[in-house]
Design a protein around this ligand. Structure first.
Ligand code: ATP
Ligand code: MG
Length: 560
Protein backbone atom coordinates (compact mmCIF):
# COMPACT_ATOMS: atom_id res chain seq x y z
CA UNK A 1 0.00 0.00 0.00
CA UNK A 2 1.44 3.35 -0.94
CA UNK A 3 1.52 6.37 1.28
CA UNK A 4 0.32 9.52 -0.40
CA UNK A 5 2.47 12.59 0.04
CA UNK A 6 1.50 14.66 3.02
CA UNK A 7 0.42 18.21 2.35
CA UNK A 8 2.11 19.72 5.38
CA UNK A 9 5.86 19.36 5.18
CA UNK A 10 7.15 17.42 8.16
CA UNK A 11 9.61 19.68 9.89
CA UNK A 12 12.72 18.42 11.54
CA UNK A 13 12.23 17.63 15.20
CA UNK A 14 14.20 16.30 18.16
CA UNK A 15 13.63 12.66 17.20
CA UNK A 16 14.76 13.10 13.62
CA UNK A 17 17.75 15.07 14.88
CA UNK A 18 18.66 12.24 17.27
CA UNK A 19 18.33 9.61 14.54
CA UNK A 20 20.51 11.67 12.20
CA UNK A 21 23.15 12.01 14.95
CA UNK A 22 23.11 8.28 15.66
CA UNK A 23 23.75 7.51 11.99
CA UNK A 24 26.49 10.15 11.78
CA UNK A 25 28.24 8.91 14.92
CA UNK A 26 28.04 5.30 13.81
CA UNK A 27 26.02 4.23 16.85
CA UNK A 28 23.69 2.63 14.31
CA UNK A 29 24.25 1.89 10.64
CA UNK A 30 20.58 1.56 9.74
CA UNK A 31 17.20 2.66 11.09
CA UNK A 32 14.52 0.30 12.34
CA UNK A 33 11.49 1.29 14.39
CA UNK A 34 8.40 -0.58 15.56
CA UNK A 35 4.78 0.23 16.30
CA UNK A 36 3.91 -1.84 19.40
CA UNK A 37 0.18 -1.92 20.20
CA UNK A 38 -1.17 -4.09 22.97
CA UNK A 39 -4.13 -6.04 21.51
CA UNK A 40 -6.52 -5.01 24.28
CA UNK A 41 -8.67 -2.56 22.30
CA UNK A 42 -9.07 -0.73 19.03
CA UNK A 43 -6.61 1.83 17.73
CA UNK A 44 -7.44 5.50 18.17
CA UNK A 45 -6.17 8.77 16.76
CA UNK A 46 -3.37 8.81 19.37
CA UNK A 47 -2.06 5.59 17.87
CA UNK A 48 -2.20 7.23 14.44
CA UNK A 49 0.21 9.82 15.77
CA UNK A 50 2.53 7.10 17.09
CA UNK A 51 2.32 5.31 13.73
CA UNK A 52 3.08 8.51 11.87
CA UNK A 53 6.21 8.86 14.00
CA UNK A 54 7.31 5.21 13.74
CA UNK A 55 6.53 4.54 10.08
CA UNK A 56 7.38 7.95 8.63
CA UNK A 57 10.74 8.23 10.38
CA UNK A 58 11.75 4.75 9.24
CA UNK A 59 10.73 5.61 5.68
CA UNK A 60 12.51 8.96 5.68
CA UNK A 61 15.78 7.31 6.72
CA UNK A 62 15.46 4.42 4.28
CA UNK A 63 14.76 2.05 7.16
CA UNK A 64 11.98 -0.32 8.18
CA UNK A 65 9.24 -0.47 10.77
CA UNK A 66 7.80 -3.60 12.38
CA UNK A 67 4.27 -4.02 13.59
CA UNK A 68 4.68 -5.76 16.92
CA UNK A 69 1.92 -6.87 19.22
CA UNK A 70 2.89 -6.40 22.86
CA UNK A 71 0.82 -9.38 23.89
CA UNK A 72 2.18 -10.24 27.33
CA UNK A 73 -0.99 -10.01 29.40
CA UNK A 74 -3.44 -12.77 28.42
CA UNK A 75 -6.17 -11.53 30.75
CA UNK A 76 -6.84 -8.42 28.67
CA UNK A 77 -5.92 -9.41 25.15
CA UNK A 78 -7.91 -11.02 22.35
CA UNK A 79 -7.45 -12.21 18.77
CA UNK A 80 -10.35 -9.96 17.73
CA UNK A 81 -8.21 -6.94 18.60
CA UNK A 82 -5.18 -8.32 16.77
CA UNK A 83 -7.23 -8.67 13.58
CA UNK A 84 -8.81 -5.24 13.93
CA UNK A 85 -5.46 -3.54 14.57
CA UNK A 86 -3.90 -5.15 11.50
CA UNK A 87 -6.84 -3.95 9.41
CA UNK A 88 -6.65 -0.42 10.81
CA UNK A 89 -2.89 -0.06 10.28
CA UNK A 90 -3.38 -1.14 6.65
CA UNK A 91 -6.32 1.20 6.22
CA UNK A 92 -4.23 4.12 7.42
CA UNK A 93 -1.82 3.27 4.61
CA UNK A 94 1.16 1.96 6.55
CA UNK A 95 3.14 -1.07 5.50
CA UNK A 96 5.19 -2.89 8.11
CA UNK A 97 8.36 -4.81 7.36
CA UNK A 98 7.71 -7.70 9.76
CA UNK A 99 4.62 -8.67 11.71
CA UNK A 100 5.85 -9.68 15.17
CA UNK A 101 4.42 -10.80 18.49
CA UNK A 102 6.15 -10.44 21.84
CA UNK A 103 4.63 -13.84 22.65
CA UNK A 104 6.89 -15.34 19.97
CA UNK A 105 9.80 -14.44 22.24
CA UNK A 106 8.48 -16.07 25.43
CA UNK A 107 11.11 -18.82 25.35
CA UNK A 108 13.92 -16.34 24.65
CA UNK A 109 12.67 -14.01 27.38
CA UNK A 110 12.63 -16.94 29.80
CA UNK A 111 16.27 -17.64 28.91
CA UNK A 112 17.10 -13.98 29.53
CA UNK A 113 15.50 -14.23 32.97
CA UNK A 114 17.57 -17.33 33.75
CA UNK A 115 20.68 -15.41 32.72
CA UNK A 116 19.86 -12.63 35.18
CA UNK A 117 19.31 -15.19 37.95
CA UNK A 118 22.68 -16.77 37.20
CA UNK A 119 24.32 -13.34 37.41
CA UNK A 120 22.74 -12.82 40.82
CA UNK A 121 20.58 -10.04 39.34
CA UNK A 122 17.16 -11.61 39.79
CA UNK A 123 15.42 -13.57 42.54
CA UNK A 124 12.18 -15.38 43.24
CA UNK A 125 10.14 -13.42 45.77
CA UNK A 126 7.34 -14.86 47.92
CA UNK A 127 5.77 -11.53 48.88
CA UNK A 128 2.14 -11.07 47.86
CA UNK A 129 1.28 -8.32 45.37
CA UNK A 130 0.06 -6.15 48.26
CA UNK A 131 3.24 -6.71 50.23
CA UNK A 132 5.38 -5.89 47.22
CA UNK A 133 3.53 -2.61 46.88
CA UNK A 134 3.98 -1.86 50.55
CA UNK A 135 7.70 -2.72 50.51
CA UNK A 136 8.25 -0.54 47.45
CA UNK A 137 8.04 2.70 49.46
CA UNK A 138 6.98 6.01 47.99
CA UNK A 139 8.46 8.93 46.10
CA UNK A 140 9.61 10.39 49.42
CA UNK A 141 10.45 7.16 51.24
CA UNK A 142 12.92 4.47 50.21
CA UNK A 143 11.65 0.93 49.83
CA UNK A 144 12.53 -2.05 52.02
CA UNK A 145 14.33 -5.10 50.76
CA UNK A 146 12.32 -8.25 50.35
CA UNK A 147 13.17 -10.99 52.90
CA UNK A 148 13.60 -13.30 49.86
CA UNK A 149 16.16 -11.08 48.16
CA UNK A 150 19.19 -13.09 49.17
CA UNK A 151 18.15 -16.54 48.06
CA UNK A 152 20.98 -18.50 46.44
CA UNK A 153 21.29 -18.70 42.67
CA UNK A 154 20.56 -22.45 42.86
CA UNK A 155 17.38 -21.96 44.86
CA UNK A 156 16.23 -19.18 42.50
CA UNK A 157 16.88 -21.32 39.43
CA UNK A 158 14.96 -24.20 40.97
CA UNK A 159 12.00 -22.05 42.07
CA UNK A 160 11.79 -20.20 38.75
CA UNK A 161 11.74 -23.50 36.83
CA UNK A 162 8.98 -24.74 39.13
CA UNK A 163 7.03 -21.49 38.63
CA UNK A 164 7.13 -22.23 34.93
CA UNK A 165 6.15 -25.86 35.52
CA UNK A 166 2.97 -24.70 37.24
CA UNK A 167 3.77 -25.90 40.77
CA UNK A 168 2.62 -22.71 42.51
CA UNK A 169 -0.71 -20.91 42.71
CA UNK A 170 -1.37 -17.64 40.94
CA UNK A 171 -0.02 -14.64 42.82
CA UNK A 172 2.10 -16.71 45.21
CA UNK A 173 5.52 -15.91 43.73
CA UNK A 174 7.18 -13.50 41.32
CA UNK A 175 10.57 -13.17 39.75
CA UNK A 176 12.10 -9.78 40.52
CA UNK A 177 15.18 -7.94 39.37
CA UNK A 178 17.70 -7.16 42.11
CA UNK A 179 18.49 -3.50 41.56
CA UNK A 180 18.11 -0.83 44.23
CA UNK A 181 15.29 -0.48 46.77
CA UNK A 182 16.49 3.04 47.60
CA UNK A 183 16.47 4.32 44.03
CA UNK A 184 14.73 7.65 43.48
CA UNK A 185 13.06 5.98 40.50
CA UNK A 186 10.36 3.60 41.72
CA UNK A 187 10.72 1.52 38.57
CA UNK A 188 14.23 0.55 39.72
CA UNK A 189 13.12 -0.79 43.11
CA UNK A 190 13.40 -4.49 42.32
CA UNK A 191 10.70 -4.52 39.62
CA UNK A 192 8.70 -7.66 38.98
CA UNK A 193 9.84 -9.48 35.82
CA UNK A 194 7.45 -12.45 35.84
CA UNK A 195 4.18 -13.24 37.52
CA UNK A 196 2.07 -16.39 37.61
CA UNK A 197 -1.15 -16.02 35.59
CA UNK A 198 -3.32 -19.03 34.90
CA UNK A 199 -5.02 -17.74 31.81
CA UNK A 200 -5.09 -18.97 28.27
CA UNK A 201 -3.20 -16.75 25.84
CA UNK A 202 -4.70 -15.99 22.41
CA UNK A 203 -1.56 -17.27 20.70
CA UNK A 204 0.33 -19.54 23.12
CA UNK A 205 -2.74 -21.17 24.64
CA UNK A 206 -1.93 -22.89 27.93
CA UNK A 207 1.75 -23.40 27.21
CA UNK A 208 2.73 -20.80 29.80
CA UNK A 209 1.52 -19.99 33.28
CA UNK A 210 4.17 -17.33 33.91
CA UNK A 211 4.10 -14.16 31.85
CA UNK A 212 6.73 -11.41 31.53
CA UNK A 213 5.87 -7.89 32.62
CA UNK A 214 5.70 -5.22 29.93
CA UNK A 215 9.03 -3.71 31.06
CA UNK A 216 10.83 -7.03 30.84
CA UNK A 217 9.37 -7.85 27.43
CA UNK A 218 9.48 -4.55 25.62
CA UNK A 219 13.14 -3.62 25.42
CA UNK A 220 14.24 -7.20 24.88
CA UNK A 221 11.72 -7.57 22.05
CA UNK A 222 13.13 -4.40 20.51
CA UNK A 223 16.61 -5.88 20.87
CA UNK A 224 15.68 -9.24 19.36
CA UNK A 225 14.21 -7.46 16.32
CA UNK A 226 17.23 -5.22 15.91
CA UNK A 227 15.15 -2.09 16.45
CA UNK A 228 17.46 0.93 16.55
CA UNK A 229 15.03 3.56 17.75
CA UNK A 230 12.27 2.60 20.15
CA UNK A 231 9.95 5.59 19.96
CA UNK A 232 7.27 5.78 22.60
CA UNK A 233 5.09 8.19 24.48
CA UNK A 234 6.25 10.26 27.42
CA UNK A 235 4.92 8.05 30.20
CA UNK A 236 7.76 5.61 29.45
CA UNK A 237 10.45 8.18 30.23
CA UNK A 238 10.74 6.93 33.83
CA UNK A 239 11.04 3.39 32.52
CA UNK A 240 14.03 4.17 30.33
CA UNK A 241 16.67 3.52 33.06
CA UNK A 242 15.15 0.08 33.52
CA UNK A 243 14.95 -0.49 29.77
CA UNK A 244 18.68 0.26 29.58
CA UNK A 245 19.52 -1.76 32.70
CA UNK A 246 18.08 -4.96 31.22
CA UNK A 247 19.93 -4.56 27.93
CA UNK A 248 23.19 -3.82 29.74
CA UNK A 249 22.90 -6.71 32.19
CA UNK A 250 21.87 -9.13 29.45
CA UNK A 251 24.71 -7.85 27.24
CA UNK A 252 22.50 -7.77 24.15
CA UNK A 253 21.97 -5.31 21.28
CA UNK A 254 20.80 -2.02 22.76
CA UNK A 255 18.21 0.06 20.92
CA UNK A 256 17.75 3.70 21.89
CA UNK A 257 14.46 4.67 23.49
CA UNK A 258 13.20 8.18 22.75
CA UNK A 259 9.97 9.55 24.19
CA UNK A 260 7.54 12.01 22.65
CA UNK A 261 4.36 13.69 23.89
CA UNK A 262 1.11 11.78 23.72
CA UNK A 263 -1.62 13.22 21.57
CA UNK A 264 -4.51 14.62 23.55
CA UNK A 265 -7.45 15.94 21.60
CA UNK A 266 -10.01 18.39 22.94
CA UNK A 267 -13.60 17.24 23.61
CA UNK A 268 -12.67 13.57 23.59
CA UNK A 269 -10.79 10.89 25.54
CA UNK A 270 -7.88 8.85 24.19
CA UNK A 271 -7.52 5.94 26.51
CA UNK A 272 -8.50 2.45 25.49
CA UNK A 273 -9.87 1.82 28.96
CA UNK A 274 -12.21 4.80 28.79
CA UNK A 275 -13.22 4.09 25.20
CA UNK A 276 -14.05 0.52 26.24
CA UNK A 277 -16.21 1.90 29.03
CA UNK A 278 -18.12 4.11 26.56
CA UNK A 279 -18.84 1.04 24.43
CA UNK A 280 -19.63 -1.40 27.25
CA UNK A 281 -21.99 0.99 29.02
CA UNK A 282 -23.79 1.86 25.79
CA UNK A 283 -22.94 5.57 25.70
CA UNK A 284 -22.04 5.05 22.03
CA UNK A 285 -23.18 2.44 19.54
CA UNK A 286 -19.87 0.60 19.34
CA UNK A 287 -16.17 0.94 18.64
CA UNK A 288 -16.99 2.34 15.22
CA UNK A 289 -19.55 4.87 16.38
CA UNK A 290 -18.82 7.99 14.30
CA UNK A 291 -18.37 10.01 17.51
CA UNK A 292 -15.53 7.80 18.71
CA UNK A 293 -11.89 8.86 18.22
CA UNK A 294 -11.03 5.30 17.20
CA UNK A 295 -9.76 4.84 13.66
CA UNK A 296 -12.94 2.83 12.97
CA UNK A 297 -15.11 5.60 14.33
CA UNK A 298 -13.25 8.21 12.33
CA UNK A 299 -13.50 6.12 9.16
CA UNK A 300 -17.26 5.72 9.58
CA UNK A 301 -17.55 9.42 10.32
CA UNK A 302 -16.02 10.09 6.92
CA UNK A 303 -12.34 10.60 7.75
CA UNK A 304 -9.92 9.47 5.08
CA UNK A 305 -6.49 7.95 5.77
CA UNK A 306 -4.83 10.87 4.01
CA UNK A 307 -6.66 13.46 6.14
CA UNK A 308 -5.57 11.68 9.32
CA UNK A 309 -1.98 11.46 8.11
CA UNK A 310 -2.07 15.12 7.13
CA UNK A 311 -3.25 15.97 10.65
CA UNK A 312 -0.46 13.92 12.21
CA UNK A 313 2.11 15.68 10.02
CA UNK A 314 0.72 19.07 11.03
CA UNK A 315 0.87 18.39 14.77
CA UNK A 316 4.39 16.97 14.52
CA UNK A 317 6.20 15.62 17.57
CA UNK A 318 7.04 17.51 20.72
CA UNK A 319 8.54 16.70 24.09
CA UNK A 320 5.84 18.35 26.19
CA UNK A 321 2.28 17.08 26.53
CA UNK A 322 -0.45 19.39 25.32
CA UNK A 323 -4.03 19.27 24.10
CA UNK A 324 -4.58 19.66 20.37
CA UNK A 325 -7.74 21.46 19.26
CA UNK A 326 -10.08 18.96 17.59
CA UNK A 327 -10.85 21.74 15.09
CA UNK A 328 -7.39 21.08 13.66
CA UNK A 329 -8.32 17.49 12.86
CA UNK A 330 -11.54 18.70 11.24
CA UNK A 331 -9.54 21.23 9.25
CA UNK A 332 -7.43 18.48 7.66
CA UNK A 333 -10.53 16.61 6.51
CA UNK A 334 -12.37 19.70 5.29
CA UNK A 335 -9.32 20.77 3.34
CA UNK A 336 -9.17 17.46 1.53
CA UNK A 337 -12.89 17.05 0.91
CA UNK A 338 -13.10 20.58 -0.43
CA UNK A 339 -10.89 19.39 -3.27
CA UNK A 340 -12.38 15.95 -3.79
CA UNK A 341 -16.06 15.82 -2.77
CA UNK A 342 -18.78 16.46 -5.34
CA UNK A 343 -21.32 19.09 -4.42
CA UNK A 344 -24.94 18.06 -4.35
CA UNK A 345 -28.13 19.53 -2.93
CA UNK A 346 -29.97 17.97 -0.02
CA UNK A 347 -32.59 19.34 2.35
CA UNK A 348 -32.45 18.09 5.92
CA UNK A 349 -35.53 19.76 7.41
CA UNK A 350 -37.89 20.04 4.48
CA UNK A 351 -40.44 22.78 3.89
CA UNK A 352 -42.70 22.33 0.85
CA UNK A 353 -42.71 25.04 -1.77
CA UNK A 354 -45.27 25.18 -4.58
CA UNK A 355 -44.39 27.38 -7.56
CA UNK A 356 -47.85 28.35 -8.68
CA UNK A 357 -46.96 29.70 -12.11
CA UNK A 358 -44.79 26.69 -13.05
CA UNK A 359 -46.56 24.10 -15.28
CA UNK A 360 -47.69 21.10 -13.22
CA UNK A 361 -46.46 18.41 -15.61
CA UNK A 362 -43.14 20.04 -16.49
CA UNK A 363 -39.66 18.99 -15.41
CA UNK A 364 -36.53 20.68 -16.65
CA UNK A 365 -32.91 19.78 -16.08
CA UNK A 366 -30.70 22.51 -14.68
CA UNK A 367 -26.96 22.38 -15.05
CA UNK A 368 -24.94 22.19 -11.81
CA UNK A 369 -21.17 22.20 -11.26
CA UNK A 370 -19.83 19.14 -9.43
CA UNK A 371 -16.85 20.81 -7.82
CA UNK A 372 -15.78 24.41 -8.36
CA UNK A 373 -12.32 23.45 -6.99
CA UNK A 374 -11.89 20.75 -9.61
CA UNK A 375 -12.97 21.50 -13.21
CA UNK A 376 -12.32 17.88 -14.19
CA UNK A 377 -15.19 16.84 -11.88
CA UNK A 378 -17.57 18.09 -14.58
CA UNK A 379 -21.26 18.93 -14.46
CA UNK A 380 -24.54 17.19 -13.80
CA UNK A 381 -28.19 17.88 -14.33
CA UNK A 382 -30.60 18.52 -11.50
CA UNK A 383 -34.36 18.21 -12.07
CA UNK A 384 -36.54 21.22 -11.34
CA UNK A 385 -40.34 21.13 -11.13
CA UNK A 386 -43.38 22.80 -9.62
CA UNK A 387 -43.08 21.39 -6.09
CA UNK A 388 -39.80 21.72 -4.23
CA UNK A 389 -38.38 21.30 -0.76
CA UNK A 390 -36.29 23.98 0.85
CA UNK A 391 -34.73 24.11 4.33
CA UNK A 392 -37.20 25.20 7.04
CA UNK A 393 -34.75 27.71 8.41
CA UNK A 394 -34.37 29.40 5.02
CA UNK A 395 -37.83 30.88 5.58
CA UNK A 396 -39.15 33.20 8.29
CA UNK A 397 -42.63 34.57 8.43
CA UNK A 398 -41.50 37.61 10.42
CA UNK A 399 -37.85 38.04 9.52
CA UNK A 400 -35.57 40.08 11.79
CA UNK A 401 -33.49 42.86 10.14
CA UNK A 402 -30.50 40.79 9.06
CA UNK A 403 -32.42 37.79 7.71
CA UNK A 404 -32.16 37.98 3.90
CA UNK A 405 -33.58 34.62 2.92
CA UNK A 406 -37.17 33.80 2.04
CA UNK A 407 -40.03 35.68 3.71
CA UNK A 408 -43.52 36.76 2.62
CA UNK A 409 -43.24 39.13 -0.34
CA UNK A 410 -39.49 38.54 -0.69
CA UNK A 411 -37.53 37.20 -3.65
CA UNK A 412 -34.47 34.87 -3.42
CA UNK A 413 -32.38 32.87 -5.87
CA UNK A 414 -32.62 29.10 -6.07
CA UNK A 415 -29.15 27.63 -6.56
CA UNK A 416 -28.57 26.82 -10.28
CA UNK A 417 -32.16 27.88 -10.93
CA UNK A 418 -34.54 30.83 -10.87
CA UNK A 419 -35.58 33.70 -8.66
CA UNK A 420 -38.67 32.77 -6.68
CA UNK A 421 -40.90 35.05 -4.64
CA UNK A 422 -43.00 34.05 -1.65
CA UNK A 423 -46.60 35.07 -2.25
CA UNK A 424 -48.26 33.32 0.67
CA UNK A 425 -48.10 30.57 3.28
CA UNK A 426 -50.23 27.58 4.23
CA UNK A 427 -50.51 26.76 7.93
CA UNK A 428 -51.62 23.68 9.82
CA UNK A 429 -54.21 23.72 12.61
CA UNK A 430 -51.51 24.58 15.14
CA UNK A 431 -50.46 27.62 13.14
CA UNK A 432 -47.18 26.20 11.81
CA UNK A 433 -46.19 27.12 8.28
CA UNK A 434 -46.30 23.86 6.32
CA UNK A 435 -46.11 25.10 2.75
CA UNK A 436 -45.07 28.20 0.83
CA UNK A 437 -46.91 29.52 -2.19
CA UNK A 438 -44.39 31.09 -4.55
CA UNK A 439 -44.02 32.35 -8.10
CA UNK A 440 -40.92 32.17 -10.24
CA UNK A 441 -39.57 34.51 -12.89
CA UNK A 442 -38.80 32.50 -16.07
CA UNK A 443 -36.39 35.23 -17.21
CA UNK A 444 -34.03 34.53 -14.30
CA UNK A 445 -33.00 31.01 -15.38
CA UNK A 446 -29.30 30.63 -14.61
CA UNK A 447 -29.50 32.95 -11.63
CA UNK A 448 -29.67 36.56 -12.79
CA UNK A 449 -32.42 38.96 -13.83
CA UNK A 450 -32.21 40.68 -17.24
CA UNK A 451 -33.53 43.88 -15.64
CA UNK A 452 -30.57 43.86 -13.25
CA UNK A 453 -32.59 43.54 -10.03
CA UNK A 454 -30.72 41.83 -7.20
CA UNK A 455 -31.61 39.32 -4.52
CA UNK A 456 -29.69 39.03 -1.27
CA UNK A 457 -29.72 35.26 -0.80
CA UNK A 458 -29.25 32.00 -2.68
CA UNK A 459 -30.80 28.90 -1.15
CA UNK A 460 -30.58 25.21 -1.98
CA UNK A 461 -33.54 23.01 -2.81
CA UNK A 462 -34.61 19.66 -4.21
CA UNK A 463 -37.46 18.79 -6.53
CA UNK A 464 -40.09 16.93 -4.47
CA UNK A 465 -41.12 14.56 -7.25
CA UNK A 466 -37.51 13.50 -7.87
CA UNK A 467 -36.07 13.67 -4.36
CA UNK A 468 -34.61 10.63 -2.62
CA UNK A 469 -35.49 10.20 1.03
CA UNK A 470 -32.36 10.17 3.17
CA UNK A 471 -31.47 9.95 6.82
CA UNK A 472 -28.80 12.35 8.02
CA UNK A 473 -26.91 11.88 11.27
CA UNK A 474 -25.52 15.13 12.59
CA UNK A 475 -22.79 14.99 15.21
CA UNK A 476 -21.45 17.25 17.86
CA UNK A 477 -18.54 16.71 20.25
CA UNK A 478 -18.88 13.61 22.41
CA UNK A 479 -18.08 15.66 25.51
CA UNK A 480 -19.17 19.10 26.60
CA UNK A 481 -15.75 20.02 28.00
CA UNK A 482 -12.49 20.55 26.12
CA UNK A 483 -10.77 18.33 28.68
CA UNK A 484 -13.21 15.68 29.91
CA UNK A 485 -10.36 13.99 31.81
CA UNK A 486 -10.04 17.02 34.05
CA UNK A 487 -12.81 15.95 36.42
CA UNK A 488 -14.12 17.51 39.62
CA UNK A 489 -14.13 15.61 42.93
CA UNK A 490 -16.55 12.70 42.85
CA UNK A 491 -17.26 12.96 39.14
CA UNK A 492 -16.12 10.87 36.21
CA UNK A 493 -15.43 11.81 32.61
CA UNK A 494 -18.89 10.40 31.91
CA UNK A 495 -20.40 13.39 33.73
CA UNK A 496 -19.40 15.48 30.72
CA UNK A 497 -20.96 13.37 27.99
CA UNK A 498 -22.75 15.64 25.54
CA UNK A 499 -26.44 14.65 25.49
CA UNK A 500 -26.75 16.32 22.08
CA UNK A 501 -23.82 14.61 20.40
CA UNK A 502 -26.13 12.97 17.84
CA UNK A 503 -29.15 14.33 16.03
CA UNK A 504 -30.93 12.25 13.42
CA UNK A 505 -33.07 13.93 10.76
CA UNK A 506 -35.05 12.65 7.78
CA UNK A 507 -34.63 14.69 4.64
CA UNK A 508 -34.28 14.53 0.88
CA UNK A 509 -31.41 14.59 -1.58
CA UNK A 510 -31.26 15.24 -5.29
CA UNK A 511 -31.52 12.04 -7.38
CA UNK A 512 -27.87 12.03 -8.51
CA UNK A 513 -26.79 10.48 -5.19
CA UNK A 514 -28.92 7.35 -5.77
CA UNK A 515 -26.94 4.13 -5.42
CA UNK A 516 -23.92 5.77 -3.80
CA UNK A 517 -21.65 3.18 -2.18
CA UNK A 518 -20.80 3.16 1.53
CA UNK A 519 -17.93 5.54 2.17
CA UNK A 520 -18.73 7.90 -0.70
CA UNK A 521 -18.32 11.56 0.19
CA UNK A 522 -20.37 14.57 -0.84
CA UNK A 523 -20.58 18.17 0.06
CA UNK A 524 -24.24 18.91 0.68
CA UNK A 525 -24.25 22.54 -0.36
CA UNK A 526 -24.45 24.93 2.61
CA UNK A 527 -24.72 21.97 5.07
CA UNK A 528 -21.33 20.32 5.26
CA UNK A 529 -19.45 17.25 4.12
CA UNK A 530 -21.29 13.94 4.35
CA UNK A 531 -20.41 10.30 3.85
CA UNK A 532 -22.60 7.28 3.11
CA UNK A 533 -22.98 5.12 6.24
CA UNK A 534 -23.03 1.29 6.27
CA UNK A 535 -26.58 1.42 7.71
CA UNK A 536 -27.82 2.54 4.27
CA UNK A 537 -30.36 0.36 2.50
CA UNK A 538 -31.41 0.37 -1.16
CA UNK A 539 -34.55 2.27 -0.07
CA UNK A 540 -32.86 4.85 2.08
CA UNK A 541 -29.34 6.17 2.10
CA UNK A 542 -27.99 7.10 5.52
CA UNK A 543 -25.44 9.90 5.66
CA UNK A 544 -23.09 10.95 8.44
CA UNK A 545 -22.05 14.55 8.59
CA UNK A 546 -18.27 14.21 8.68
CA UNK A 547 -17.57 17.87 9.24
CA UNK A 548 -19.33 21.19 8.76
CA UNK A 549 -18.33 23.86 6.27
CA UNK A 550 -17.14 26.49 8.75
CA UNK A 551 -13.47 26.22 9.51
CA UNK A 552 -13.04 27.11 13.17
CA UNK A 553 -9.37 26.14 13.06
CA UNK A 554 -8.33 28.19 10.02
CA UNK A 555 -10.19 31.13 11.51
CA UNK A 556 -8.42 30.81 14.86
CA UNK A 557 -5.07 30.32 13.13
CA UNK A 558 -5.62 33.41 11.01
CA UNK A 559 -5.83 31.50 7.74
CA UNK A 560 -9.59 31.81 7.25
P1 ATP B 1 -4.09 3.51 25.98
O1 ATP B 1 -3.74 4.32 27.17
O2 ATP B 1 -5.08 4.16 25.07
O3 ATP B 1 -4.48 2.11 26.31
P2 ATP B 1 -1.54 2.53 25.34
O4 ATP B 1 -0.32 3.36 25.38
O5 ATP B 1 -1.74 1.57 26.45
O6 ATP B 1 -2.77 3.48 25.13
P3 ATP B 1 -0.62 0.75 23.35
O7 ATP B 1 -1.39 -0.21 22.54
O8 ATP B 1 0.30 0.23 24.37
O9 ATP B 1 -1.67 1.74 24.00
O10 ATP B 1 0.12 1.79 22.42
C1 ATP B 1 0.88 1.46 21.29
C2 ATP B 1 1.76 2.62 20.98
O11 ATP B 1 0.99 3.79 20.72
C3 ATP B 1 2.69 2.95 22.13
O12 ATP B 1 3.98 3.19 21.62
C4 ATP B 1 2.11 4.20 22.71
O13 ATP B 1 3.13 5.01 23.25
C5 ATP B 1 1.44 4.85 21.52
N1 ATP B 1 0.31 5.68 21.91
C6 ATP B 1 -0.81 5.30 22.54
N2 ATP B 1 -1.62 6.35 22.77
C7 ATP B 1 -0.99 7.43 22.25
C8 ATP B 1 -1.32 8.83 22.17
N3 ATP B 1 -2.45 9.31 22.66
N4 ATP B 1 -0.44 9.64 21.56
C9 ATP B 1 0.70 9.15 21.04
N5 ATP B 1 1.07 7.87 21.09
C10 ATP B 1 0.24 7.01 21.69
MG1 MG C 1 0.19 0.36 26.66
Amino acid sequence: MSVEPITAKATSDFIRTAVREDLASGRFTYVRTRFPPEPNGYLHIGHAKAMAVDFEIAREFGGTCNLRFDDTNPTKEEQEYVDAIIEDVRWLGYQWDRLCFASDYFEQLYEYAVKLIKKGKAYVCDLSPDEIREYRGTLTQPGRESPWRNRSVEENLDLFARMRAGEFPEGSRTLRAKIDMASGNLNMRDPVLYRIIRASHHRTGNRWCIYPMYDFAHGQSDSIEGVTHSLCSLEYEDHRPLYEWFLRELEIFAPRQIEFARLNLSYTVLSKRKLLQLVKEGHVRGWDDPRMPTLRGLRRRGYTPSAIRDFCARIGVAKANSVVDIAMLEHSLRNELNKTAHRVMAVLRPLRVVIENYPAEQTEMLTAINNPEDPSAGERHVPFSRVLYIEQDDFMENPPPKFYRLAPGREVRLRYGYFIKCEGVVKDAAGNVVELRCTYDPATRGGSAPDGRKVKATIHWVSAAHALPIEARLYDHLFTRPDPDDVEEGESFLSYLNPKSLEVVQGFAEPSVAGSPVGKHYQFERLGYFVVDPDSTPERLVFNRAVGLKDAWAKAAGQG
